[in-house]
Write a protein that binds this ligand. Structure first.
Ligand code: UD1
Ligand code: MG
Length: 463
């Protein structure tokens, strides 16, 4: 058990210049959530309760976005480098803290296992600094880990500062930006960091060199989990991180018994839940707090946001579903749209080009084609004909349409709300219904057809 008192310091004050954005870097989203929340969740799940977040560039935006998280904010203004960020944070690190773990808000995908491995090493070794590293085919823009002949880490050098040193740039072991420090060492050594002669910044990485000069032990832990440890500094790296998270989430659902026909093109956000034996076709987006039952079939090009599908629901191609509920055995689509508050009860059938908003479709309702149902309560077993429109808006207010059990609405009907169609009533095709239709009556509201003599037309032509 790792019981020592630990404070996690997350660096998130930088501007993120390479993102070329007007938003703070750590709020850029990975599958619908600000990137930094992945890191916060991992720390919180490990029971690391004392979290300091160093903010600076657009600090208020970051604080606002994370106001529900149990973190303490430290404002670094101006931002003079990663070492400076930790200097500023130290004022808020409790004296009794044994380990200070430093992480980067722009490298948020680190796993709980990787964090625990670093802490375990710190516990087992005399080291005052544990640095996490990965080995890449090319060290790119990352800080290079320099080792002596005995293989001991002596320094981390920034690529920006090593442009004229090919032997440094050739190093493939790089610093991920995650460290565990011994608190007393850190407090004292932070005062000794010089400014980089190249960028003028105060680099946290200089502490490795400082520790070695003091004859202290520095350990590096090479972590194989490369994809989750690399920092996100550009849109391309953000896209790569999104792919990493997507694959991890999709693997979890497949392990749980969900069939994804093409996991590469299926985007499922972290909080979504899916039951066994559900089958999901390509190009599907499941977002927010969506819950999907067992044995559902979701065809391609479907987007579902913050909605609940019970068991055995069939969503055909091209549907959009937002803040809605679909009960057992219902089906919809192709090309149907549920807007907030749509509530489809058991075995409802919604067909192509149907839009439903803030309406209950009770058990067994059929609305097969080209229909708009808004602010409506549609009774069980009702048949809603093609082209039915609830005219719910008078230009100022929304009004309700009530259709009682077993009614039959003929095709191409306008139901001008507020209006009630009684139980078992019929509405003739092509009607514009402005008055209630009592139960079991036939309401017709359209011009009566006249059949004229053909002579009349012939004469017209001769004229
Ligand atoms: C840093 C490391 C580099 C490492 C890389 C891993 C240093 C000097 N370099 O480089 O060795 O390989 O991360 O991704 O540490 N930040 C602040 N305040 C500041 C400056 C930065 O809070 O004054 C934050 C940033 O918001 C970011 C993190 O620190 O979350 C890292 O800063 P960044 O500028 O991205 O450093 P890199 O150049 O990536
Ligand atoms: Mg970075």
């Amino acid at each position: 058990m790792l019981t020592e008192k630990i404070t996690a310091v997350i660096l998130a004050a930088g501007q993120g210049t390479r993102m070329k954005s007007s938003h703070p870097k750590v709020l850029h989203q990975i599958l619908g959530r600000p990137m930094i929340t992945y890191l916060l969740d991992t720390l919180i799940n490990l029971g690391i309760g004392d979290i300091l977040l160093v903010v600076g560039y657009q600090a208020e935006k970051v604080q606002e976005a994370l106001k529900d998280y149990p973190v303490r904010f430290v404002v670094q203004e101006p931002q003079l480098g990663t070492g400076h960020a930790v200097q500023v944070a130290m004022a808020a690190v409790p004296e009794e803290t044994r380990e200070v773990m430093v992480l980067c808000g722009d490298a948020p995908l680190i796993s709980g296992d990787s964090i625990q491995a670093l802490r375990q090493l710190h516990k087992n070794q005399e080291a005052v600094v544990i640095i996490q590293t990965v080995v890449l085919p090319d060290g790119l823009h990352y800080g290079r880990v320099v080792r002596d002949e005995a293989g001991r880490v002596t320094a981390v050098l920034q690529s920006k500062d090593s442009k004229d040193r090919p032997e440094i740039l050739a190093i493939r072991e790089i610093n991920t930006g995650v460290y565990v420090f011994d608190n007393p060492f850190l407090r004292e050594a932070l005062q000794k960091i010089p400014k980089s002669p190249v960028t003028g910044e105060i680099y946290l990485t200089d502490l490795i060199h400082i520790a070695r000069e003091q004859g202290r032990v520095v350990e590096a832990l090479i972590d194989p989990d490369v994809d989750k440890l690399l920092g996100i500094n550009s849109r391309a790296e953000l896209a790569a991180a999104t792919q990493t998270v997507k694959r991890q989430i999709n693997a979890r659902h497949m392990d749980g018994g969900v069939t994804l026909i093409d996991p590469e093109s299926t985007y499922i956000e972290p909080l979504v839940r899916i039951g066994r034996d559900t089958v999901i076709y390509p190009n599907v987006y499941l977002q927010g707090r969506t819950v999907i039952g067992e044995n559902c079939l979701i065809e391609s090009t479907v987007k579902i946001v913050d909605s609940t599908l019970e068991d055995g629901v069939h969503i055909k191609m091209g549907c959009v579903i937002n803040q809605s509920r679909i009960a057992e055995g219902a089906d919809m689509g192709p090309f149907a749209h549920l807007r907030p508050g749509a509530d489809l009860r058991q075995r409802v059938h919604v067909g192509n080009f149907v839009e439903v908003k803030k309406s209950v479709l009770h058990e067994g309702v059929k609305a097969g084609h080209l229909t708009y149902l808004g602010d409506a309560d549609v009774g069980p077993g009702t048949n809603v004909g093609a082209g039915t429109i609830t005219c719910n808006y008078d230009g100022v207010k929304k009004h309700k349409t009530t259709i009682e059990e077993g009614a039959f609405i003929g095709s191409n009907t306008a139901l001008v709300a507020p209006v009630t169609i009684g139980k078992g009533a019929y509405v003739g095709a092509g009607s514009t219904i402005t008055k209630d239709v009592p139960p079991d009556k036939l309401g017709i509201g359209r011009a009566r057809q006249v059949n004229l003599e053909r002579r009349f037309i012939a004469r017209k032509k001769e004229e």
